[in-house]
Write a protein that binds this ligand. Structure first.
Ligand code: FRU
Length: 501
């Protein structure tokens, strides 16, 4: 019974079977959001990589399509991107329709095993049928290896101002930029990163795009890094600056935050990795939407699921926010997710109440917390308080996400969440996220989906994404406080519908 297995998310994308890691080839075309993903269809562990494929009209309901790209003699198909070639610069167009071009990394396992360094190169493939079938370019690779081991994950976009294609490429401990007029012939135009940000691991999956704050445009460089994340393992850092047509130039104001090995992180939970954004979302919509892989290389291969492994995060809209520390990214769940609210079950709504010790929501909810959305806002406590939103089961297993006023941090505690001992890295400690906002009202917007929690705090300026595996589904929800009572301005809890039929 597909999508009903234990721990299977009910409204997140996960592969119909077997292994998934990074989202790949995100583009929008003719009303469809395309999602490809790193996929090994034969087993629920990482292996020879294919591009799995799904589409959605609304970012909430996904339709699985056949595998789009299979490994070939040049190698496994590693991560990459896809674009609509509106002007047919590549010449692959047919019948006056723009071709769709996928740009990916070939990883030659045999060459790697033979001890060579030149086993990663970039290839392309095209589609003339709305992404349903793909033909690999006969003259692949389009970028040969330059003698370096880690040389992958091309993220391509159209640079309207200079009428060129730009590729951000992950190369060992930095990112490179390559430019092209036709997606086939590429030249290296710049590089960024050796002296900035966190270098605790290899720089992987890049993304480069402009974002507007009123009249100001800034460029964002997304850098996924493994390991090196603040709470351990894989994580996503980013940089804010300019793109000058050749390379990424860091903003002066951003430099202090990324000096001496420090990173600025997109998400402080342990389970949002390899996130990149959709290409070709129409200008009339104008959103920049990111989706990540909801796992971490520390334990992705051994989490306690069997028929499939891993899901994506919820799609998030990225916006630029001026803060006291300079420009930062905010992530908010896409508005389409509101359509999942199950209005047949009455949402719980409370306003202006004081919580001392505990507010038991079980009797009030009328639905299980494992498929729910929570919006809580409360006054920033003047004394030391810990506010816990706790979901739990009859076995005493619990997952807690909350706010610590003494440290001014949000936190996610899965140490007693159920199955935790499959990895020493999974639940050794409570994971923390510094609060960025200085508002006197603390806002927590949360999504629970069977085995995951996503927190968008203070309008998305602090984000945490984490997974957990209770032996029995959680059935109870409580808000607990320790310290002085907290003043809740508003609390809403909705039941969410499954998005899989
Ligand atoms: C990131 C990553 C990429 C690579 C892919 C392989 O999670 O390591 O750098 O292309 O996964 O599956």
């Amino acid at each position: 019974d597909l999508y009903h297995e234990k721990h299977r998310p009910n409204y997140h994308f996960s592969p119909p079977k077997a292994w998934m890691n990074d989202p790949n080839g995100l583009f929008f075309y003719k009303g469809e959001y395309h999602l490809f993903y790193q996929h090994f269809p034969d087993q629920s562990v990482w292996g020879p990589m294919h591009w799995g494929h799904a589409i959605s009209k609304n970012l909430t309901h996904w339709e699985n399509l056949p595998i789009a790209l299979y490994p070939d003699s040049l190698g496994y198909i590693f991560s990459g991107s896809a674009v609509v070639d509106w002007n047919n610069t590549s010449g692959f167009g047919k019948n006056n329709q723009p071709p769709l071009i996928a740009i990916f990394t070939y990883h030659n396992m045999a060459a790697e095993k033979a001890g060579k360094n030149d086993f990663e190169s970039q290839g392309i493939a095209y589609s003339n049928d709305k992404g349903r079938t793909w033909t690999k370019y006969a003259n692949n690779p389009v970028i040969k290896n330059q003698g370096v081991r880690d040389f992958r994950d091309p993220k391509v976009s159209w640079d309207e101002a200079r009428k060129q294609w730009v590729m951000a490429l992950a190369v060992q401990d930095h990112h490179e930029f390559w430019v092209s007029k036709n997606l086939k012939d590429w030249s290296k135009s710049g590089s960024f990163g050796k002296e900035w940000g966190n270098h605790g691991g290899v720089w992987e999956c890049a993304d480069l795009f402009p974002l507007k704050d009123g009249k100001i445009t800034k460029w964002v460089l997304i850098v996924n890094i493994n390991p090196g994340a603040l709470n351990g393992g894989s994580g996503t850092q980013y940089f804010i600056g300019e793109f000058d047509g050749k390379t990424f130039v860091l903003d002066e104001s951003f430099k202090p935050s990324v000096m001496n090995g420090n990173g600025v992180w997109l998400d402080y939970g342990k389970d949002n990795y390899a996130g990149v954004t959709w290409s070709d979302i129409p200008k009339t919509d104008g959103r920049r939407i990111l989706i990540g892989w909801m796992s971490n290389w520390q334990y992705a291969n051994i989490v306690p699921t069997t028929q499939w492994r891993s899901a994506t995060t919820l799609p998030r809209e990225l916006t630029l926010k001026a803060t006291s520390q300079g420009y930062r990214l905010a992530s908010t769940p896409v508005k389409e997710l509101q359509s999942l609210r199950n209005l047949a079950k009455k949402p719980l709504q409370v306003s202006n109440v004081t919580i001392k010790d505990s507010l038991d929501l079980n009797t009030k909810l009328g639905f299980v917390p494992t498929l729910s959305e929570v919006e809580l806002s409360f006054e920033k406590p003047k004394t030391n308080d810990i506010v816990n939103i706790e979901i739990s089961n009859a076995k005493g297993e619990k997952y807690i996400i909350g706010y610590n006023s003494e440290k001014n941090t949000f936190f996610s505690d899965r140490t007693k969440s159920g199955k935790v001992d499959f990895s020493n890295d999974f639940a050794a400690k409570i994971h923390i996220a510094p609060r960025l906002s200085d508002s006197n009202i603390i806002k927590m917007h949360l999504f629970f989906d069977v085995s995951s929690a996503e927190l968008f705090a203070d309008d998305g300026t602090t984000v945490m994404t984490e997974i957990f595996f209770p032996n029995e589904d959680y059935t109870k929800m409580n808000i607990k406080t320790s310290g002085a009572p907290i003043k809740v301005k508003s609390l809403k809890v909705w039941n969410l519908k499954r998005s899989w039929k």
